[in-house]
Every structure is written in C-alpha cells, then in structure tokens.
Design a binder for this molecule. Structure first.
Ligand code: SF4
Length: 167
C-alpha cells in the first residue's frame, strides 16, 4: 500500500508525501516504466510499475513478465517466479519521503528484515543531477531509490529544479 499525504516542504504550495507499506523484491533492478501497467491505478512500492532486471541467481536476467507486478514490484514472496532463492533472507527497502528542499528530495530508506526495521538512512535525490547522497553501492537498492524518487516527483507534479529525464 502507498499512502500519499501532505508533507513538509520548502515549497509554498503543498507537496506530497509517500509512505510505502510494501517493498519491491530485493533482487529487482527497476530500469524503465512499464508502458502498459498490469493495474493502472495500483498502489505500488515504487509508485509506478517498472520493468527491469532480476539479480537473483548467478545470471542476471530480464524479470519474467508474469512475476513483474506481484513479485518484482510488489515484493510478494508467495509469487512463484522460480528465481527467488529459498534460503535468502527476507530483506527489502521501504521508502518514506521526509521533505523537499530547493535542491533535493530527502528520502528515509529503511531496510527491513522479516518486516522489522534493522537499518535506516536518510538519502538525498538531487534535482539537477539525479545524484544520490550518499550514493548506494548495492545497484538494486540504488535503482529502486532512483525509480521511487522519479515516480514520486512525477506524481507530485514535478519540482521546479527537477527535469524528468527517464522513460
Ligand atoms: S523474478 Fe523473482 S527473484 Fe527476481 S526480482 Fe522478480 S520477484 Fe525477485
């Protein structure tokens, strides 16, 4: 579930906050928006439905279309994608928008293990460069953060300092 509500902002007009209850699969690297979403009005952890690459197993591969919505984007482990390792820990990232400054969107990235928070970090998404500060080394987490921020800003009506440059 995604909750969208009024948020703290440096902007004069109210902006949106987005607090996701679900989390994408830990092995999912979202790369581009799905042209025709499975459910057009679905609430998703990355806000929009994304296509991308699965990094479970020794070989990265395009995510299976039949698992993309329920498994990769929604993180539903009951989804039988056939790629999620049976012994893997149930670790995933949850994102919450904290605030917007004139330069950046600030996200709280919460790492959960078996649905309990174990680590968290404030991350800034810079409007001009789409840089993350601090940068993430895990490229699935990095791609999920970027996807979330881009979709959030698009859904929130954009920001004067942000130029949308993804598909
Ligand atoms: S195919 Fe399965 S393991 Fe891979 S990203 Fe999607 S849900 Fe996760």
């Amino acid at each position: 579930m995604v909750v969208v509500a009024a948020a703290k902002s440096h902007r004069s007009a109210p902006s949106l906050a987005c607090d996701t209850a679900g989390m994408p699969c830990r092995y999912f690297e979202p790369l581009q928006l799905v042209p025709i979403p499975f459910h057009r009005s679905a609430r998703l952890p990355l806000i929009d439905e994304y296509d991308g690459i699965c990094h479970a197993g020794p070989e990265a591969a395009p995510v299976p279309a039949e698992s993309r919505f329920g498994g990769c984007n929604h993180g539903n482990r009951n989804n039988q994608c056939g790629r999620f390792p049976a012994a893997a820990e149930s670790v995933a990232l949850r994102f919450t928008v904290q605030r917007e400054s004139p330069e950046a969107l600030e996200i709280l990235a919460i790492e959960e293990l078996d649905h309990r928070p174990v680590r968290w970090q404030a991350v800034q998404f810079m409007f001009g460069s789409e840089e993350l500060r601090p940068e993430r080394t895990d490229f699935c987490q990095r791609a999920q953060l970027l996807a979330f921020c881009r979709s959030y800003l698009t859904k929130a009506g954009g920001h004067s300092g942000y130029q949308k440059n993804h598909v």
